[in-house]
Write a protein that binds this ligand. Structure first.
Ligand SMILES: [Zn+2]
Length: 367
């Protein structure tokens, strides 16, 4: 059971279904993780999936796997279960952060028919999510060529003569001892954002002096300001560490610049959904694009540095790069697809029908 975006697996829901499930099945032993493979926190992340599409009622629906190849809604009282893989491929399912970023990249954050039709259209344009040895993965997407060039295909094994579908197995032990072990970090655990700069971080005081060898500090402020737009985030933080005066500016008057850099990264701040579901305590230390929630003069410079050191944020950055790759394939194929704009700039009948179908499903969604 593999995520269509990051190609990391889903794990079985830790809760046992007490209700009658329509499809009777047991997990294969390889899908039951030995104790200690993941922490409780990690397990919870990998156990939750988001289904996107019109094949089953739900459009964007939180799901769990209750057995190999058997998925059901997150609410365990729901009795309907679905097969993840069938002879036509698999359902379009991804981890929660992967789904968030896919919607972000496809400008489909809103829950309305137009927005959701856009994400439901991905499979129609890019191609159905594949089955067999490539179960769960989109065709044409160069998963291993983007971002940090992570190739997870060798970690999956597939028995072609296996009687049941959805039986691909992921080698967690190998991942934990490989160069990709950082992928185990949850991408939704954010560094702390400080609404005020900690006084201890400010390098000036009564004894603050510009060092003789500090070349940058002898340049006019205007010149430093001219430099800022040309510095990528990592270079900016590194440069600030070479000069006391630059660091002083970075912690004070350049904070809005650090904020712009953080926001432009896209992966470095919580999505609106992540912000909304967080507890009040967690929210109070989360960075937000909304200046009323996270002041512009807060310690954005410190936050910028933290997100580049956080392993979870590294995973997050990589997930965004895969979503952008899906969008690249989508944009490339759209003009030749039945969903291309008409010569008059309108939408085709098939695109309109999909939006109508999504709209109808949306109106009848259970709460
Ligand atoms: Zn994923």
């Amino acid at each position: 059971m593999s995520c269509t975006i990051c190609r990391l697996p889903f794990v079985l829901d830790p809760r046992s279904p007490t209700e009658c499930i329509d499809i009777i099945s047991s997990p294969i032993p390889e899908h039951v993780l030995p104790q200690g493979t993941l922490t409780k926190h990690q397990y919870a992340y990998f156990a939750t999936g988001i289904y996107i599409g019109t094949r089953i009622r739900g459009l964007v629906r939180k799901m769990v796997f209750i057995a190999s190849n058997v998925t059901t809604r997150h609410r365990m009282e729901t009795k309907t279960a679905f097969q993840w893989e069938t002879s036509g491929g698999t359902l379009f399912m991804m981890h929660v952060t992967c789904a968030d970023f896919l919607r972000l990249v496809f400008d489909a954050k809103d829950t309305n028919a137009k927005s959701l039709a856009r994400v439901c259209q991905i499979e129609e344009v890019v191609g159905k999510v594949q089955g067999g040895a490539n179960a769960g993965w989109l065709p044409l997407v160069r998963y291993e060529a983007v971002g940090e060039k992570v190739d997870l295909a060798p970690f999956w094994s597939h028995q072609s003569d296996s009687p049941s579908m959805g039986s691909n197995v992921f080698d967690w032990t190998r991942l934990k001892t490989s160069k990709y072990k950082w992928l185990l970090n949850r991408p939704d655990a954010f560094p702390k954002f400080a609404a005020e700069v900690d006084a201890k971080r400010l390098p000036w005081g009564n004894d603050f002096e510009v060092g003789e060898g500090d070349m940058l500090s002898h340049r006019p402020l205007e010149l430093l300001c001219l430099l800022l737009p040309y510095l990528p985030p990592r270079s900016y933080t590194m440069l600030a560490s070479t000069s006391r005066l630059f660091r002083y500016h970075a912690l004070t008057i350049f904070q809005p610049h650090a904020r712009d850099l953080v926001i432009a990264l896209r992966w470095a701040i919580p999505t609106q959904r992540e912000y909304e579901i967080a507890s009040e305590d967690v929210r109070s230390i989360m960075a937000s694009e909304d200046a009323k929630l996270s002041p512009v003069e807060g310690d954005w410079f410190g936050y910028l540095s933290k997100v580049h050191r956080s392993k979870g944020m590294r995973v997050r950055r990589w997930i965004l790069s895969v979503c952008e790759e899906v969008k690249r394939v989508y944009d490339e194929r759209l003009p030749g697809s039945p969903y291309a704009m008409t010569p008059g700039g309108g939408r085709t009948d098939i695109a309109q029908k999909l939006e109508e179908k999504v709209g109808m499903m949306l109106r009848t969604l259970p709460e």
